[in-house]
Structures are given as structure tokens and as C-alpha cells.
Ligand binder design. Structure first.
Ligand code: S3P
Length: 418
């Protein structure tokens, strides 16, 4: 249980941990590439540790030195391994595509939350390339059997970077050409990294085409994660002024800034630069009065992980907000439509669940209260922001799950985790 007292003001300069999505890909792709790579500012959160554990189990040599990783791929992957993906959806879904491409037979499994998340969405598109993948009633454990792959055209019905990446990782080992398209463009870190590693890859709007490719190892300097910075940006908007340094602002990830624009939040992107194929900036946010907003399906993929926080900001805004087209939230680490609505209502706000989103009636002030994280890192961190900005504070049940993506989150807030 973490007890949190409200703060009158929240101000400071913050350096946030490395990007989770980029770290997963840097480790996995370099493990399947020729040569050696150094990854700096890697996220050492539990999800990325799961990816390192799985790649080591397959035979990659990964040495850790703080947040620097030295990765040496292996030409001969170990067969018949059991790969523990922990809580990580990105690990299990990308690795299913990777294993299918490399012709590795493996069992991929994870914790209770991961075992309840849908896996057919990755097995079915991969089967269009000829992969033999069996799920357990649509869930993990997932079993991958070796099979030669043929390129295919894959049209995804939902925008998902995890599924798109799984198809691309299989596609670079298939005969012929593979094209994967999605209704709205999701994060494109896999595409950028594959291009940097010398893959034959073309992007045309929401469609990505790859041919069989050998990858060359590439050093990656991981930007700070905008999904982690978002909590500190929100605290700036609610309670003072914050500067988050060296944050990745890849346009497929900056939906939170679109939400800020609509809410009327004042922010600035300072010191913009490009590092390792990804743009970064220092993000300065200042306290602003907010107004209700409307977000629809096209807005969702670029802020998918920030939606609990965006809904919370709406609860502090003036007027009604409507967020729709976000049904994917139901199959994250928790049912985030349910857990977010409960969080806001327990703080004294007014959030009504929709099948695919929320209606939030903004109250500009929230009293505070007790919140269950349901072991979902994003819910725990959103709760901390809500309580710091509330009138009376309260408690968070199971706060330690923030270690999935942000191990020193409470330290950075100046709070001791009990
Ligand atoms: C991720 C993609 C998103 C996101 C997740 C990380 C990735 O999931 O929610 O936290 O790194 O590819 P979906 O692909 O299921 O939308």
C-alpha cells in the first residue's frame, strides 16, 4: 500500500527511464542480427528484463552494465525452449513472430494477466505466412513449430504495433514479399530499426512491405519514454511546472501532446534533436486550466498507453469529455476502461464507462480516496498523479507493479515505496 499526500505545487526537472518499446526491439532485433551492438539508456523495467531473459534462453549473449546492454546475436538458436514472457505483451507477441521466422520451436508463456490476453490476433496473421502457431484457447501458452514461411499480404483489423511487428519479424525470414497494413498507423519503432539494420523495407502510408533480409547489428541510444514522462508532464499541467529531458517524440507516440493541445495545456518542445533515428526533445509543461475534449478512433493508437492518464486529466478539466474508439483498452494489463473509471470515481470524479471508452464529466477538483492498481503499472502511476493533485490524498493498493515500466517511479516523485 502506498499512501500519498496531496501537493500544493509540483515543480522540477526530470530524466525519465529509457523507452520500453525501443528497448524491447533493440534487444530482440540485435539478438537475431550479425555482429555486436551496444544499447545505451535501455529500460531495465521488468518487461524488458523478460525480453532479455527470453533472448538469452534462445542463445543470445546479453551483458548488462547498469542501463547499458551489450548484445551479441547467435546464428544458432536453441530449440525446444520454454520462454517466460512474464507480464509483457510486447515480448510474447513480437517473439512469436521472431520464433516463427527463425524456425524455432518454442513454448511462450507468462503470468496470470498475460495468460488472459488475446493471442489469436498474432497467431492468425502469422498463419497467413504459413506459420504453425497454436494458442491455448486463444491465449498463452503459445506454441510455435518450425515451418518454412511464404510472404503474404496481411490486413490487420485493429491498429497494433505488437501484431504488425510480429508479422514484420516473420516477414524478413519469409520467401518473397510480405505487406502488413493497419487501419490507423501504430508506433513504428520496428520499421525504423529494421531499416537501420539494413533490412529491405518500404513504408507506404499505413502499409509496410518487407523482403527476406539479413540484419546487421546496430547500436541504439534509447530516448526517454514519453509514456513514462507523461505522468510528470501531467503533474506540471495540474500543479506547477515540469521539464522532462530527452524524451522520444516519434510522431506515432505523441498523441499525449494532441490531448494536451485539445485540453488547452501549455507546453513547449525544447532542444529538439535526432538521436539514433528517433527525434527527442525536452518537454516543458506549465499549469493550465483545462477544458473538456473529444477523442475518437484515429486519435487512439498514438496515445494508447496514456489514455488512463488522459481520462484523469479530463476529470480535472472544466466540462464534459468523450473518449471513444478505444476498445483495445479492455485487453491491456487490466481492463483499463473499467480500472480507469473506477480510479476516477474513487477519487471523487465522474467517469462513465462506454463499451469503447469513457464519458468524463470534469469537476476541476477531486477529493482523493483509495485506489486498487489491479497490478497494472499504468493504473498505479495514474493513481499517484491523481492523488498528488487531489485535495485529501489517499492510498494505492499494489503500487510496486510500476516496476514493469518505471522501477524508480515513486523515488522520482520523492516518495518512499512501502
Ligand atoms: C506496444 C504496443 C502497444 C502498447 C504496448 C507496447 C509495442 O500495444 O499498448 O504497451 O511496444 O509494440 P498494442 O500493439 O497491443 O496496441
Amino acid at each position: 500500500m502506498q499512501s500519498i499526500k496531496p501537493r500544493e505545487r509540483f515543480e522540477g526537472e526530470f530524466t525519465l527511464p529509457g523507452d520500453k518499446s525501443v528497448t524491447h526491439r533493440a534487444v530482440m532485433l540485435n539478438s537475431g542480427a550479425n555482429g555486436e551492438a551496444t544499447i545505451t539508456n535501455a529500460l531495465m523495467g521488468e518487461d524488458c528484463v523478460s525480453t532479455c531473459r527470453c533472448m538469452r534462453a534462445l542463445g543470445a549473449d546479453i551483458q548488462t552494465d547498469g542501463t547499458t546492454l551489450h548484445v551479441k546475436g547467435t546464428p544458432r538458436f536453441r530449440r525446444g525452449t520454454e520462454l517466460n514472457c512474464g507480464n509483457s505483451g510486447t515480448t510474447i507477441r513480437l517473439l512469436t513472430g521472431f520464433a516463427a521466422g527463425k524456425g524455432i520451436d518454442a513454448k511462450l508463456y507468462g503470468d496470470e494477466s498475460l495468460s488472459s490476453r488475446p493471442m489469436k490476433r498474432v497467431a492468425e496473421p502469422l498463419s497467413l505466412l504459413g506459420a504453425d502457431i497454436r494458442t491455448t484457447d486463444g491465449h498463452a501458452p503459445v506454441f510455435v513449430y518450425p515451418k518454412a514461411l511464404q510472404g503474404a499480404k496481411v490486413e490487420l483489423k485493429i491498429a497494433s504495433a505488437q501484431v504488425k511487428s510480429a508479422v514484420l519479424l516473420a516477414g524478413i525470414s519469409a520467401d518473397g514479399e510480405t505487406t502488413v497494413s493497419e487501419p490507423v498507423k501504430s508506433r513504428d519503432h520496428t520499421e525504423r530499426m529494421l531499416a537501420a539494420m539494413g533490412a529491405d523495407i518500404r513504408v507506404n502510408g499505413n502499409a509496410v512491405t518487407v523482403q527476406r533480409s539479413e540484419l546487421k547489428a546496430v547500436d541504439v541510444c534509447v530516448p526517454s519514454d514519453i509514456s513514462s514522462a507523461a505522468y510528470f508532464m501531467a503533474l506540471g499541467a495540474l500543479k506547477g511546472k515540469t521539464l522532462c529531458k530527452n524524451v522520444g517524440i516519434n510522431p506515432t507516440r505523441t498523441g499525449i501532446l494532441t490531448a494536451f493541445d485539445r485540453l488547452g495545456i501549455k507546453y513547449g518542445l525544447l532542444n529538439r534533436r535526432v538521436s539514433g533515428g528517433e527525434e527527442t526533445a525536452d518537454i516543458l509543461v506549465e499549469k493550465t486550466d483545462m477544458r473538456g475534449i473529444c477523442l475518437t478512433a484515429e486519435d487512439i493508437p498514438s496515445m494508447i498507453d496514456e489514455l488512463p492518464l488522459v481520462a484523469l486529466l479530463c476529470a480535472f478539466a472544466d466540462g464534459e469529455s468523450r473518449i471513444t474508439g478505444a476498445k483495445e483498452l479492455r485487453v491491456k494489463e487490466s481492463d483499463r476502461i473499467k480500472t480507469t473509471a473506477e480510479l476516477i470515481n474513487n477519487l471523487g470524479g465522474d467517469c462513465q464507462e462506454l463499451e469503447d471508452g469513457f464519458v468524463v464529466r470534469g469537476k476541476t477538483k477531486l477529493v482523493g480516496g483509495d485506489i486498487d492498481s489491479y497490478l497494472d503499472h499504468r493504473i498505479a502511476m495514474t493513481a499517484a498523479v491523481g492523488l498528488l493533485a487531489s485535495q485529501k490524498g489517499g492510498n494505492i493498493k499494489a503500487p510496486e507493479c510500476c516496476a514493469i515500466s518505471f522501477p524508480d517511479f515513486f523515488d522520482k516523485l520523492g516518495l518512499k515505496l512501502y
